[in-house]
Write a protein of this length. Structure first.
Length: 168
C-alpha cells in the first residue's frame, strides 16, 4: 500500500478496514442476540468502518439503528438515500481517490451482502471486480467475486458522503 501513501484518505480506508474485519464481534459465528451462531456480520462491519471513517453511515440504517438493519435493509436504504455509482471500475477509481463506496447485493432468498470498496494499487480487471473489505463467510480484503460469490451479478455501488467537516 506504499503507493497509496500520497492519498491519506485512501490509506485511512485501508487501515480502518483492516482494523475492523479482525474484531471478534464481526467474525462468522459470533452469536446474535438470540444466541444463534449460524450468522455473519457484514452489516455490522460496514457500519463500523463507515463510522470510524466519518462517513454518513446513518443513510444505510433503519430508524432503530444497526441492530435492526440487516444487509437487505442496507441495500434498500442505499438505493433510497445515496447516489449510485455506475459500475465497478468507477467504484474502484473513486475508492482509490478516497471516496467511500459501498458494494451491496440484495438476496430475495436469504441474507444480502454489503462491503466497502477498498483502495487498490493494482490495475482494475473487470473479471475480478473492485477490491473490497468485508466481513462474511470470510473476513478481510478481497476481490468482489470472492466476497459476493453467487450474488456478484446483483452487486450495486453507492457513494456514502463524509460527514460535513470530517474526512478519513
Amino acid at each position: 500500500m506504499k503507493e497509496l501513501l500520497g492519498n491519506e484518505k485512501a490509506k485511512r480506508i485501508y487501515e480502518v478496514i483492516n482494523e475492523v474485519v479482525v474484531m471478534p464481534d464481526v467474525q462468522r459465528g459470533f452469536p446474535d442476540a438470540n444466541g444463534n451462531t449460524n450468522v455473519t456480520w457484514c452489516n455490522r462491519a460496514l457500519h463500523r468502518i463507515l463510522d470510524r471513517l466519518g462517513g454518513q453511515e446513518s443513510l444505510l440504517l433503519e430508524p432503530r439503528g444497526i441492530n435492526w438493519t440487516n444487509a437487505n435493509a442496507m441495500v434498500r436504504n442505499a438505493r433510497a438515500n445515496t447516489e449510485r455509482v455506475s459500475d465497478g471500475g468507477l467504484a474502484q477509481s473513486m475508492a482509490n481517490d478516497g471516496s467511500l463506496i459501498v458494494a451491496v447485493a440484495p438476496n430475495d432468498k436469504g441474507p444480502g451482502h454489503v462491503a466497502l470498496v477498498c483502495p487498490d494499487v493494482m490495475q482494475y480487471k473487470e473479471e475480478l471486480g473492485p477490491r473490497i473489505g468485508q466481513a462474511g463467510l470470510r473476513n478481510g480484503i478481497m476481490y468482489i467475486r470472492e466476497g459476493f460469490a453467487h450474488l456478484t451479478p446483483l452487486v450495486e455501488y453507492y457513494l456514502i458522503p463524509y460527514e460535513s467537516g470530517c474526512s478519513a
